[in-house]
Design a protein around this ligand. Structure first.
Ligand code: 13P
Length: 253
């Protein structure tokens, strides 16, 4: 059986003190109540990483960044490379979030470069894909997700793919309160798993964790996570409140 993963994407929230305090709260909670079947990850802003890694050390919560540079080092003012992220103690990095694709114009080619570099640096990549509202309405959502995966991920070698977690995040559901129905999520997750099977074979497809993201909350998580191809969630707003995040982790059991 695939392990479930519930990852919190903090986005650009909480200053350093607030963030470290919250990481400590989650560390304490999940040390006292270890999640039996789900891996818990928090993806913080860059500046929280080193401090959060110290707080979370030897605990039950994994750590990730929300983005990385496409180059390893050098004259790239303001950028943070996968190698630097790894040196903080973080294990994961989110790549291809729709907010990066939309606001920072990150395209499939760039995301492919970032993904390969992050994996070769030893990080695990949470690779996001998903269609916008018009694409869902035009019935091109499968075409869009297929393109994002083919161009962003499918240049990887089979061994490299084992360092990838896919997150399907329909953009129309992110931060909007609209959620994909469990059936819509299952339909797309199955489509994604079928694509991986075609390209990499059954074993790789069966191993791939595919997370759902988009207005996931305690009231809808259990039903979405119960679908056979949904292996947990990538959580935005509800990952900023302990009670909500814990309830979502518990829904993955
Ligand atoms: P919300 O859970 O706030 O809709 O955000 C989802 C998301 O973008 C996680 O990466």
């Amino acid at each position: 059986m695939r392990k479930k993963i519930v990852a919190g994407n903090w986005k650009m929230n909480m200053d350093l003190n607030e963030g470290l305090k919250f990481a400590e709260t989650l560390h304490k909670h999940f040390t006292e109540n270890p999640p039996a079947k789900a891996e818990v990850v928090i993806c913080t802003p860059y500046i929280h990483l080193a401090g959060a890694a110290a707080v979370l050390k030897k605990g039950k919560v994994s750590l990730g960044a929300q983005n990385c540079a496409s180059e390893a080092s050098g004259a790239f003012t303001g950028e943070v490379s996968p190698w630097m992220i790894k040196s903080t103690g973080a294990q994961y990095v989110i790549i291809g979030h729709s907010e990066r694709r939309t606001y920072y114009k990150e395209d499939d080619r760039l995301l492919n470069k970032k993904t390969a570099l992050a994996i070769n640096t030893g990080l695990k990549v949470i690779f996001c894909c998903g269609e916008v509202k018009e694409e869902r309405e035009n019935n091109t959502h499968f075409v869009v997700v297929r393109r994002q995966l083919e161009e962003g991920l499918f240049t990887l070698q089979p061994g490299e793919l084992d360092s990838v977690v896919i997150a399907y995040e329909p953009v129309w559901a992110i931060g909007t309160g609209l959620t994909a129905s469990p059936e819509q999520a299952q339909e797309m997750h199955k489509f994604i798993r079928d694509l991986i099977r075609e390209k990499y074979g059954k074993e790789s497809a069966d191993r791939m964790p595919i997370l759902y993201g988009g207005s996931c909350k305690p009231s809808n998580a259990a039903e979405i996570f119960s679908k056979p191809d949904v292996d947990g969630g990538l959580i935005g707003g509800a990952a900023l409140k302990k009670e909500d995040f814990v309830a979502i982790v518990e829904a993955a059991l």
